[in-house]
Ligand binder design. Structure first.
Ligand code: 3PG
Length: 394
């Protein structure tokens, strides 16, 4: 695909797809991480004299105008991040959009209203994609976190206009590609989170590609259950026992080591300050639930990572939102931080919960690369072709 430095943008109207689907409360952006990550693309284009038109969706209005899902409150934080004023258009196509675009000078920036207020966006309707494309001359795709969606603004525009990848799209693809396509070995992957059901494809792909898979979080309970271990009242998808056994068999056939918890922190209720203690995984009582992995497991995980050169991390170990069940996630995060800083480990993490857990542990900046994508990160790690990435090659 083409990169930003390979296109001539001076004096041109450049449509830039960002992912400004950021956390917001009462009309105020509460976390600007995604904005900050994508701002360099907008800044670079504006500095080179482009007339920059920013496109994005926000939330899931399902083709209707939902005032609480307007992108208007994002204009000011975007302006702050790029250090330039940002004009706002009340619609992303039609008269309102054309007027704002026509008023742009070289180096100016405008943000258009939520793409998903039009049903044509998610359906990648020709008429809608034509209307968007008609606003500009060049398309820059910088929303890796939307690349798993085959929408008008991710695929349709790439089919209609000369296209380049933005700086954050390029960084995501390079970092994730380096972790999965041609990594320094051994490669370990941490797969955590609540449910196996959402990570079956991920596990099946990883066990065939990496040297060790470390399973944590609620989903580890399903694997323990599948091996005949009683997990009491723990979160467990009992109907997926067969699937879990098949994943373990696949790992064994591929020579991939699977690290499962050997001890666990259990409690009778899931609330802050609940009475908790550590048991072997074979010692969970009927009325107890596993809410974190124990120190023996943490030591095993740390040893596994210390023996690896690349780590891919998706999903926390325990119910990290509530102390003390954040202990294992925080301990492993700190170990990863140390190994990364020492230069021996390339650490790549992604997914909403994972980013929140790493931020909670205070190590977000220490990792080699942290992807802000959720679904797209997962699908990339599942080995799937992302339509928004495939479109860049056209
Ligand atoms: C995300 O937050 O992962 C992206 O903005 C995609 O949002 P979506 O799942 O609503 O398509």
């Amino acid at each position: 695909f083409k990169t930003l430095d390979q296109i001539d943008v001076a004096g041109r109207v450049v449509l830039v797809r960002l992912d400004l689907n950021v956390p917001m409360k009462d009309g105020v952006v509460t976390d600007a991480t995604r904005i900050d990550r994508q701002a360099p693309t907008v800044r670079a284009l504006a500095e080179r004299g482009a007339r920059v038109v920013v496109l994005s969706h926000f939330d899931r209005p399902k083709g209707r105008i939902v005032p609480s899902m307007s992108l208007r409150p994002v204009a000011a934080p975007l302006a702050a991040a790029i250090g330039r004023p940002v004009a706002f258009a009340d619609d992303c196509i039609g008269e309102a959009a054309s007027r704002v675009v026509a008023a742009l000078d070289d180096g100016d920036v405008a943000l258009l209203e939520n793409l998903r207020f039009h049903a044509g966006e998610e359906k990648n309707e020709a008429g809608f994609a034509d209307a968007l494309a008609g606003l500009g001359q060049i398309f820059v795709s910088d929303a890796f976190s939307c690349a798993h969606r085959a929408h008008a603004s991710t695929v349709g525009l790439a089919e209609r206009l000369p296209t380049a990848a933005g700086l954050s799209m390029q960084a995501e693809l390079e970092a994730l590609g380096a972790a999965l396509a041609d990594p320094r070995r051994p490669v370990a992957a941490i797969v955590g989170g609540a449910k196996v059901s959402t990570k079956i494809d991920l596990l099946n792909n990883l066990v065939a590609r990496v040297d060790a898979v470390i399973i944590g979080g609620g989903m580890a309970n399903t694997f323990l259950h599948a091996q005949g271990i009683a997990v009491g009242k723990s979160l467990c998808e009992a109907d997926l026992a067969e699937t879990a056994r098949a994943i373990l068999a696949r790992a064994e056939a591929a020579g991939c080591r699977v690290v499962l918890p050997v001890d666990a922190v259990v409690a009778r209720e899931f609330k802050a300050g609940a009475d908790s203690h550590t048991v072997e995984v074979t010692g969970v009582a009927d009325d107890e639930m596993i809410l974190d992995v124990g120190p023996k497991t943490v030591a095993e995980v740390e040893a596994c990572i210390a023996g690896s050169k690349t780590l891919l991390w998706n999903g926390p170990f325990g119910a990290f939102e509530i102390a003390p069940f954040d202990a294992a996630t925080v301990a492993v995060a700190r170990a990863v931080e140390k190994l990364t800083r020492a230069g021996g480990l390339a650490s790549i993490a992604g997914g909403g919960d994972t980013v929140a857990a790493l931020a909670h542990a205070g190590v977000l900046d220490a990792l080699t690369y942290v992807s802000t994508a959720g679904g797209a990160f997962l699908e990339f790690c599942e080995g799937k072709e992302l339509p928004g990435v495939a479109a860049l090659a056209q």
